[in-house]
Design a binder for this molecule. Sequence first.
Ligand SMILES: Nc1ncnc2c1ncn2[C@@H]1O[C@H](COP(=O)(O)OP(=O)(O)O)[C@@H](O)[C@H]1O
Ligand SMILES: [Mg+2]
Length: 250
Amino acid sequence: MVHMLEIGRLTVRFGGVTALDAVGLVAGQGELVGLIGPNGAGKSTLFDCVTRRRDPDDGVVRVGGQDVLTLAPHLVAGCGIARTFQQPTVFPRLSVRENVMTGAHRFGAAGFWRAAFAWDWERRLRERADDVLDMFGLLDVGDHPAAGLPFGVLKRVEIARAVAAEPRLLLLDEPAGGLSPEEALSLMALVRALHRTTGMTVIVVEHHMEFVLGLCERIVCLDLGHKIADGPTYVVRRDPAVIAACLGAR
Ligand SMILES: Nc1ncnc2c1ncn2[C@@H]1O[C@H](COP(=O)(O)OP(=O)(O)O)[C@@H](O)[C@H]1O
Ligand SMILES: [Mg+2]
């Protein structure tokens, strides 16, 4: 299997806290992996390192064979990595469609030709955005400003924007966080369909256990910066260490 994501010995320290302690994680092309662990386990910090929001103290991160840690942070999207955040980070005054169009901007050619064909470029961005809005059931609110829309809709807008970039690697940080059970279930079906149709590699950080165990065939569990489990969902969900850390009460 071709490795889309290779993380080795990833270590991040915040003062006395070791947020990640020599964590390794490999995801194959087209894999859908769940990343679980209690609060403070280091899940978001791991995403921060892959997207160059944070430089690790040690370790390697490769995406599609490319060493990400030597890339300038603004080149990460061009490398085919897209990410969503726990709290939606949409532009409130832009419409839903415009928010999604910002995700597709990396496809715009720069310079003279883009200026000369700006109208066509804009039209193509809009068409691409509308395809994604349709997939996410957001066409009806396409012209609505993001401000004032319900939280569950904003979470979908945030994911739609990431998908519009057509990444090779999509990192979803708690996509079901704050959603009602029905919203979480419909989002789960959406992520599953998205993964099937695009074949992109997806890593999902999620607290909502039903969501992540139902969605992913493979689960990686972090606890206090250590990887404590990595394997097929049916094995990991029965692992006593995982149950103690995530599934049961502590
Ligand atoms: N900017 C920061 N400054 C100091 N400590 C941080 C910072 N970000 C995260 N941490 C600490 O690193 C650890 C891992 O955090 P995080 O990656 O957010 O965990 P998770 O996403 O699994 O809940 C926690 O102990 C957290 O308090
Ligand atoms: Mg987090």
